[in-house]
Design a protein around this ligand. Structure first.
Ligand SMILES: *[C@@H]1O[C@H](CO)[C@@H](O)[C@H](O)[C@H]1NC(C)=O
Length: 156
C-alpha cells in the first residue's frame, strides 16, 4: 500500500527534476545526459514567440549559470533535429556573449533562429551545446522542443 503510493510521488519528483523550469515560465528542456553534471547549468529556456510563427521567425534565450570560466575559444552549436539531424550551426562564444565568460550568470540569445526554408509548420528538437576548444565533453548540453505554427487565417 505504502509502496504503491510512493511510486507516483517518486515519478513526479523525477519528472519535476528534469522539467523544473516549466514552473519558472520557460519551455520544458532537459540536459542531454541527465546523469552528467555540466559546469554550465541551464535554468530557463525561452522561445519567443512560443510556438514560433512561420511569418515572424523566433528567438531563443537560454538563462543559466556557470561554475567555471568559459574561455573565448569555446564554440556554441545549435542543432535542429526532426528527429533526424536537419541542420547545424556553429558560433564562436564571442559572437553570442561578451567573452570570455566569468563564472556566474550567463545569458545566451539566438535571434531569428530559423532560415526561411526551416520555417515549416511542425517544429524541431533543438540541441544547444557549449564546447571548449580541444574538448569532447560539452560544458553545456541542453535539448528541447520548438514548435512552429502557421498563422491562423483570419476570418473574412
Ligand atoms: C527577437 O529579438 C529581436 C532583437 O531583440 C527583436 O527585435 C524581435 O522582436 C524578437 N522577435 C521575437 C519574435 O520576439
Amino acid at each position: 500500500m505504502a509502496i504503491s503510493h510512493a511510486q507516483p510521488l517518486l515519478l513526479s519528483l523525477l519528472v519535476s527534476l528534469f522539467f523544473l523550469p516549466s514552473a519558472l515560465g520557460g519551455t520544458d528542456f532537459h540536459n542531454c545526459n541527465p546523469l552528467r553534471s555540466y559546469p554550465v547549468k541551464v535554468k530557463i529556456v525561452e522561445i519567443s514567440p512560443d510556438p514560433v510563427k512561420v511569418s515572424t521567425n523566433g528567438n531563443i534565450t537560454i538563462t543559466g549559470s556557470t561554475s567555471v570560466d568559459i574561455p573565448d575559444g569555446a564554440t556554441i552549436n545549435l542543432d535542429l533535429r526532426f528527429p533526424e539531424p536537419i541542420s547545424k550551426r556553429s558560433y564562436s562564444l564571442c559572437d553570442i556573449v561578451a567573452c570570455p565568460v566569468a563564472a556566474g550568470p550567463i545569458v545566451l540569445n539566438f535571434y531569428n533562429v530559423f532560415t526561411q526554408q526551416e520555417l515549416t509548420p511542425w517544429g524541431y528538437f533543438v540541441l544547444i551545446t557549449i564546447t571548449e576548444e580541444h574538448q569532447e565533453d560539452p560544458m553545456m548540453c541542453v535539448s528541447f522542443r520548438c514548435r512552429i505554427t502557421r498563422e491562423q487565417t483570419s476570418l473574412l
